[in-house]
Design a protein around this ligand. Sequence first.
Ligand SMILES: [Zn+2]
Length: 317
Amino acid sequence: MKRPAPLVTALLLVTALSLRAQGPDNGELRFALLRDLVLPGEPLTAIIAGFPGPPPEGEFRAVLVAGGSRLAAAKFFSLDGEEGGLPCMAAVLAVPSTARPGPALVRIEAGSAAAGELALNIGERSFLTEEIPLDQANTDIRTKPDPRKTEEAALLWSILSRTGKTIYSMGPFVPPVSSTRRTSFFGDRRVFIYTDGSRDRSIHAGVDYGVPTGTAVRACADGMVVLAHSRIVTGNSVVLEHLPGVYSLYYHLDRMAVSEGQIVKSGEMLGNSGSTGLATGPHLHWEIRVSGENTDPDALVSHPVIDREAILGKIEL
Ligand SMILES: [Zn+2]
């Protein structure tokens, strides 16, 4: 057999080193990404396999790095111990919708030490631009300082940045309404025009369904209600936790039918759509957060969040 060129040998060695590292009790850990091409706004699952015993909790993190910047980070959680569990840990990251296309890497960190690196590519994706003129009431909601708004934002962030331990659903998710009429899309680059003519930019974090007030809004997957109350900007709001670091959000509801702490099944009614909070008309805003980052809901409707088959394929490598 022909000897591989030195450069190829070096590359093979680097790849092998990046996939295997010495773990606790001298076990050999294996790292893998379930996909190596991801678009802005899409989720990305990293796994660690090869623990000699039960995987340690909360010790490992996956950090997405591109262009020298840290774009996202997620804690690993155990998939072992669940019914039909897998002997590995997973971390679910999301590529921000603002990420530039090009090569990137996921760095696996054990405590403060780097344990390995996995290469991937961020693909190119374009988003729509929309201009939204706001009336006085909606202009006030966005521009008037209010300590309650700051408190509400801090509380929501404390929930969305939490990585729990319970797996309620591995997905795929189902849309929360049967209508397919969308009035805004994930990642839309928005320009709000205030009553005084000034402008402000923002990125739409979810999908808007243009449904009449009173439309049944249903859970997109099994989960736990972690927030159900009225907020200034988002009106009557419900947030569900589905698995560690993965949440779905339902905004501007006319009526809420669930309370915090309640366990819900996929398709269970959460309330009725409306136009409470900052809304230019009745609609449902549906949003997914993965480790705090806005994530394209369609990416989780078409694929499971935790893809058992893909993980088994990687574990048996
Ligand atoms: Zn929206």
